[in-house]
Design a binder for this molecule. Structure first.
Ligand SMILES: Nc1ncnc2c1ncn2[C@@H]1O[C@H](COP(=O)(O)OP(=O)(O)OP(=O)(O)O)[C@@H](O)[C@H]1O
Length: 271
């Protein structure tokens, strides 16, 4: 893996966007998905992106993952271009829907990218065991996706993304389709996993409580064109029981996120 420190040993930001813009050319004209986005994400940050539909959250994640190409500005991942970071397997990606192959067992789903990367059977088995443990799915290796609940399937997708052993995890509304109780549970598991693995996480959400509960940094975005309207640093402790959501400190951060969304004239659209 390419070094992510400068020559002087100073850690490089994991993500650095400067004046980043992305305009899609469509038959109906140009769509400005991202405009003048400036953002630095440091190693170990848990960054949530919140904003109404169409403000460019997914596009930003996809640009980090080299699935979309910026049309202006610069974007570096560990000091590299997105293309080189992708080749370096710098990130794991978790999609909104679990996207597991129904004809493969959970362990075979996790193994697939490892097979493609040429890992030996023993390496695959080790990684499958480690990541299944991390997401509390041990014992379900031989099950098929359709034999698991929605929350368990999403945990399996997280295990698959973790199996790359990348330091950066990109998560696009991974719990959006789950009911609130399952979501609470997975949020608290994800925080523990983040704490144990020291990964950097970029997390897209529509939920203010979810963003505040999870993040060290909350990026508030606004649409037409997609831009960053506020970046809120959270001073909540790293260890967060679920009832932290009732504390004045938590509510104060949530109020600031809400204000940021209102300032972008978009609050009414956020659920
Ligand atoms: N491939 C594409 N071609 C043209 N326009 C696109 C494309 N992908 C996204 N867009 C447009 O770019 C804008 C940003 O879309 P994006 O999916 O990033 O928003 P989002 O904030 O993630 O929305 P949501 O919360 O609904 O997922 C939208 O106006 C969308 O219609």
């Amino acid at each position: 893996m390419t070094s992510s420190t400068t020559g002087t040993g100073v850690a490089l930001p994991v993500v650095k966007a400067e004046h980043l813009g992305l305009t899609f050319s469509t038959n109906d004209g140009d769509v400005v998905a991202l405009s003048d986005v400036n953002l630095t994400i440091e190693k170990g940050d848990f960054v949530s992106f919140i904003g109404p539909s169409g403000c460019g959250k997914t596009t930003f994640l996809r640009t980090i993952a080299d699935l979309e190409q910026p049309t202006s500005g610069t974007l570096e991942i560990n000091g590299q271009t997105p293309e080189n970071a992708r080749k370096d397997r710098a990130y794991g990606y978790v999609f909104q829907a679990p996207a597991l192959y129904p004809w493969r067992t959970i362990e075979k789903n996790i193994a697939l990218p490892l097979e493609i990367m040429g890992h030996s059977a023993q390496q695959q088995a080790e990684r499958i065991k480690r990541t299944m443990d991390l997401v509390n799915l041990s014992g379900f290796e031989k099950k098929f996706p359709w034999q698991l609940s929605g929350g368990m399937q999403q945990r399996a997708s997280i295990a698959r993304a973790l199996a790359f052993d990348a330091d950066l995890l990109l998560m696009d509304e991974p719990f959006g389709a789950l009911d609130e109780i399952v979501r609470d549970h997975l949020n608290s598991e994800l925080l523990k996993l983040w704490d144990r693995t020291k990964k950097t996480i970029c997390f897209v959400t529509h939920s203010i409580p979810e963003a505040v509960y999870l993040s060290t940094k909350i990026v508030v975005m606004s649409p037409r064109p997609g831009r960053v309207t506020d970046i809120i640093e959270s001073n909540l402790p790293r260890e967060r029981p679920l009832d932290i959501r009732e504390t004045p400190e938590f509510l104060a951060i949530a109020a600031r996120v809400r204000d940021g969304l209102r300032a972008g004239h978009s609050y009414e659209e956020v659920v």
